[in-house]
Design a protein around this ligand. Structure first.
Ligand code: GLV
Ligand code: MN
Ligand code: MN
Ligand code: MN
Length: 428
């Protein structure tokens, strides 16, 4: 049937993607027209401009657009029958501070391209289909990743997300920024108010496995577990020139030992532990820092591994502090927890079959199943509706870096798999 041969317009997909990347800054490699680099923090003025484009474009394509109290934007194209919730394609338009043009952005644009292909071909789907732009997926500006889909799923309280304070400079909250840019919507942020029949997300792999294996499409079967902690070490501010080494309570020295130790724990437990935020006060060359806090991001495929690491961190960090005469001056808070996720057989099957169709006779040998090392809004979507993801290779597996790059051909393959997975689910 005609649906089976639908193709995306590769040129239009890339033009749209680079068009919206005018709203942001980032490394442009000295060229006005760049294929890489984007800085567009959640709820910044640039994010507002990209959002405005999303709303205008999807409304222009005949969608009904709703915005929830987390600023997530849902664009829905009606179906022949509208007594089932829409099947969504979703991802995010926000980026890391030194991000690329593909992480998240590709998934949203592929969803819009899907709508355009349906319109161009006068296709009426059985049920509604939609595209969602989730707010603050990165958790880079407001330090909780996937925060809006988490609220939508009922896993994160709205007030917790609204009260998140930006990492730098630490003044505005998420609620303030949502209202400042005009995206504090009126619809409750919940799966009850905005139900989904399914959620499909196209994303770059952000790792090297597809490229190394010479595969074109990753069928994502789940996502590894992770936890985010904040460690605070209280020492004592003292003069660097007059305080002998033994008389110091150097919070940074203690924090450094903890960070090194966390790396050893990760190695020993076949897990990942990383520090990406480090704050030291008072921040003066000639004062020993008395107040240090740092982030810890712990990841592993199994929940038990992450839990074990948390236990080890708590136990060993207090020993390290005690060894430096700082016992009782370490505080560990658990900010965020995302257990291991398993996606749904029906959606995994839809993605697999769509990939085989798009890739043709060699489809089976160009596709592989994999789990995601990174978190995605699909983690929370999967708690409330059938979900799966499509990965495409990115250059050297690089992401969260301005050099992040996904070939036009691979972007188009991914978008086409997304289109066919959604159409397949529409008829399930
Ligand atoms: C979210 O994208 C994460 O993996 O940190
Ligand atoms: Mn992403
Ligand atoms: Mn990211
Ligand atoms: Mn992510």
């Amino acid at each position: 049937d005609a649906l089976k041969s639908l193709k995306v317009n590769r040129k239009r997909l890339m033009e749209d993607l680079h068009h919206t990347c005018q709203w942001g800054t980032g490394k442009r490699w000295g060229k006005a027209e760049s294929e890489t680099g984007m800085t567009r923090l959640a709820l910044s003025d640039f994010d507002k401009q990209a959002r405005d484009w999303f709303v205008k474009t999807t409304e222009g394509l005949g969608c009904k657009v709703t915005i929830d109290k987390m600023g997530s934007i849902f664009a829905v194209r009606p179906g022949l029958k509208n007594d089932r919730p829409p099947t969504f394609a979703g991802s995010h338009l926000d980026t890391q501070p030194t991000g690329g043009r593909y992480d998240g952005i590709l998934g949203v644009h592929a969803g819009i391209e899907m709508l355009k292909v349906l319109n161009d071909n006068w296709i009426e789907t059985e049920y509604p289909v939609g595209v969602v732009n989730w707010t603050n997926e990165e958790g880079a500006r407001f330090p909780m990743s996937m925060s809006s889909s988490g609220v939508w799923a009922g896993s994160i309280p709205l007030s917790t997300a609204h009260n998140l304070r930006e990492v730098h400079p630490g003044t505005a909250t998420m609620a303030e920024e949502l209202s400042r840019i005009g995206y504090l919507g009126s619809v409750p942020a919940s799966h009850e108010a905005t139900p989904m029949a399914a959620h499909f997300e196209l994303h770059i792999e952000q790792g090297p496995l597809l490229e190394m294996a010479n595969k074109k499409v990753g069928v994502v079967t789940g996502v590894q577990a992770y936890k985010w902690l904040t460690i605070n070490v209280k020492g004592r501010d003292t003069h660097t020139g007059t305080t002998d080494l033994k008389s110091r309570a150097d919070a940074l020295l203690v924090a450094s030992k903890m960070i090194l130790h966390s790396h050893r724990l990760a190695t020993a437990n076949n897990a990942l532990v990383s520090t990406g935020i480090l704050n030291l006060k008072p921040g003066s060359t000639n004062t020993v820092p008395g107040d240090v806090s740092f982030s810890l991001d712990i990841r592993a495929p199994a929940d038990e591994t992450v839990a074990r690491l948390l236990g080890l961190v708590e136990q060993d960090f207090s020993k390290i502090a005690a060894g430096e005469n700082l016992s009782g001056f370490v505080n560990i808070t658990e900010d965020f927890d995302s257990p291991a996720t398993t996606f749904h057989a029906s959606c995994i099957d839809a993605v697999t079959r769509a990939a085989h169709r798009v890739l043709g006779p060699e489809g089976k040998s160009l596709t592989m199943e994999m789990t995601s090392g990174a978190g995605h809004d699909s983690v929370y979507a999967s708690k409330r509706c059938p979900t799966s993801m499509i990965f495409v290779p990115c250059r050297e597996g690089m992401s969260h870096n301005p050099e992040e790059f996904c070939k036009e051909e691979d972007c188009a393959i991914g978008a086409e798999v997304l289109l066919h997975a959604v159409l397949r689910f529409d008829r399930m």
